[in-house]
Design a binder for this molecule. Structure first.
Ligand code: SF4
Length: 194
């Protein structure tokens, strides 16, 4: 891919993102912007707050599907670094009946560049319902998934749509669970079995 093609991809994605954002129905817009405040005032535990966040993100993704290059069968972003918080590790342990690795190696930014995620199986996510925030937050607004291909990892900035309300809710949940930053890559925590 040359720079001219990349610029065309970004131009399309920028226009497409704006169209998508402008079209979001009011109830979804409010769901996203009010979520952190609602969770902050809620007495449910952090694990259930995380589920509420995931469900809200899935609703937004379902609505934006018609604008996005992210389609069933594409696993390009599963070859990128996948950061994960401790509360999400606990969530996967509980809901997928798995245990984290005892010795956790130190990760570096590009350690897993081009390496499949632990949970990618036959081209699909094997823990789809429990996949972490970062997997739900990535929504490409490009026309195709070409720019997300692992061979371009770190060469280009991906044309993603981002939601500050969801990010705030995620940060709140991490703080409430005693962790402020993501310190792991998912492959450091759960080892690949197949
Ligand atoms: S958790 Fe699932 S969606 Fe996320 S990178 Fe791994 S295989 Fe892909």
């Amino acid at each position: 891919m040359d720079n001219i093609e990349y610029i065309e991809i970004i131009d399309f994605a920028t226009t497409n993102s704006q169209s998508a954002i402008n079209s979001i129905p009011k109830h979804l817009e409010l769901m996203e912007s009010n979520l952190a405040g609602k969770l902050a005032g809620s007495k449910i535990n952090t694990m259930n707050k995380l589920r509420r966040l995931y469900d809200a993100m899935d609703k937004m993704s379902a609505y934006l599907d018609k604008y996005s290059a992210c389609k069933s069968g594409c696993s390009n972003c599963c070859y990128y670094p996948v950061t994960i918080s401790d509360i999400e590790v606990k969530y996967i342990e509980k809901n997928e009946h798995l245990k984290r690795a005892r010795v956790i190696p130190k990760s570096s930014k590009d350690k897993y560049k081009g390496a499949a995620c632990t949970f990618l199986k036959d081209g699909k996510c094997s823990i789809y319902s429990s996949r972490p925030f970062v997997c739900r937050h990535m929504l490409s607004m490009a026309k195709t998934s070409k720019v997300c291909e692992p061979k371009y990892a770190f060469d280009y900035t991906l044309p993603l749509i981002r939601f500050d309300g969801f990010r705030s809710a995620y940060d709140l949940i991490k703080i409430e669970s005693g962790q402020e930053i993501n310190i792991y890559d998912i492959r450091d925590i759960f080892y690949r079995k197949y």
